[in-house]
Design a protein around this ligand. Structure first.
Ligand code: F6P
Length: 361
């Protein structure tokens, strides 16, 4: 008898269901005697033993379905060692649920925060396999996370739609794209959508360079500009502040988000009409794109293979087009950021995209 538990944790994204389907199909093609426990709403389900017993049937027909059939929630890692409002020790409670159900393995689908807790559970002696999900693509140890390409498609489509109206009205548009800590979605959607200026958390922007790029376009007869800005983009002045100072400044902010601040800075420095578009959680919604369906299915099947081989303590990953495994302790607590000197950035700069920084002629 094989008993596995499964949960999805953190912000949702496309292809979570596709990945779980991959795991279950991979296991049930080899093992008849299997019990699948689906924990509801992330780690909460494991803490409070809120689960459903599922069968292979529950994972059929969900390849294209967005969201997660198990529900999800954010349970910050830093609070995991703190008792809940009733004094419950969450880590002990999770271990208790796992042992009570006599699980062979717990399959966890999540992003950065989720992986810190997954690694802690591994250190506490549980058999864990994780799958890399997040639109942000910021998980260390994998070239790609599922959800990323779907979000890029949606964000790029937003920029496409903005193009026509920006051009008709000769306006500057600031399109704010998800990513507080990293700029992967903004970079790829910005390039795919033909944005003129792309601002990322990894490359603090110089507002003078941004307005010069707008002026240069006008001087060459292009009377509209599209700026793709990541939620977490910061100016070069803000980059000099400590984390604490930056947080304090942002807490006092006058603007709902970075796009509005940037729009105001541009209005003050140019005579351009500026508008803001924020696609927000649309970027995490709807059906996974074909790429993500394939990636999630491959990662799910590879996770099943590890479980069948009783190989635990790993995140499944994709590297150079091949599925592989990475020890959880190597993943937990690390961010995969955009390298400001990467080839993709240099190629974008060569074709005239401004990252709000000065470049050599
Ligand atoms: O981590 C994924 C992500 O979509 C980020 O890009 C975004 O900043 C954040 O989640 C939004 O979180 P929430 O859904 O909690 O508002």
């Amino acid at each position: 008898m094989l008993r596995i538990g499964m949960l999805t944790s953190g912000g949702d994204c496309q292809a979570l269901n596709a990945a779980m389907r991959g795991v279950v199909k991979g296991l049930t093609s080899k093992v008849d005697d299997i019990e699948i426990y689906g924990f509801m709403n992330g780690y909460k389900g494991l803490i409070y033993a809120d689960f459903s017993m599922l069968t292979a049937k529950d994972f059929s027909g969900i390849l294209t379905q967005g969201g997660t059939i198990l529900g999800t929630s954010r349970q910050p890692f830093k609070l995991m060692r703190e008792p809940d409002e009733n004094g419950l020790d969450k880590v002990e409670a999770m271990k208790h649920t796992y042992h009570k159900l006599n699980l062979n393995c717990l399959v966890i689908l999540g992003g950065n925060g989720t992986h810190k807790t997954a690694n802690m559970l591994k250190e506490e002696g549980l058999n864990i396999i994780t799958l890399p999900k997040t639109i942000d693509n910021d998980l260390w140890g994998t070239d790609m996370t599922f959800g990323f390409q779907s979000a890029v498609d949606i964000a790029a489509n937003t920029i496409d739609n903005i193009h026509t109206t920006a051009s008709s009205h000769r306006r500057v548009f600031v399109v704010e794209i998800m990513g507080h800590k990293v700029g992967w979605v903004t970079l790829h959607a910005g390039m795919a959508g033909g944005a003129d200026i792309v601002l990322l958390p990894e490359i603090p922007y110089d507002i003078d360079v941004v307005t010069e790029a707008i002026d240069r376009r006008i001087a060459t007869g292009k009377h509209f500009t599209i700026i793709a800005v990541a939620e977490g983009a910061i100016s070069k002045e803000e980059a000099k502040l400590s984390k604490k100072e930056l947080k304090e400044r942002q807490a006092k902010k006058k603007y709902p988000s970075v796009a509005y601040k940037l729009a105001e800075e541009i209005r003050q420095r140019t005579d351009q009409e500026v508008r803001v578009t924020v696609p927000g959680h649309m970027q995490r919604g709807g059906s996974p794109c074909a790429y993500d369906r394939v990636l999630a299915t491959r990662l799910g099947a590879f996770a099943a293979r590890l479980i069948l081989n009783q190989t635990y303590g790993y995140m499944v990953a994709i590297k150079n087009g091949e599925t592989t495994k990475v020890p959880l302790e190597e993943v937990a607590g690390k961010l995969k950021m955009v390298d400001p000197n990467a080839g993709i950035i240099k190629e974008a700069e060569l074709i005239g995209i401004s990252f709000g920084r000065r470049t050599k002629k």
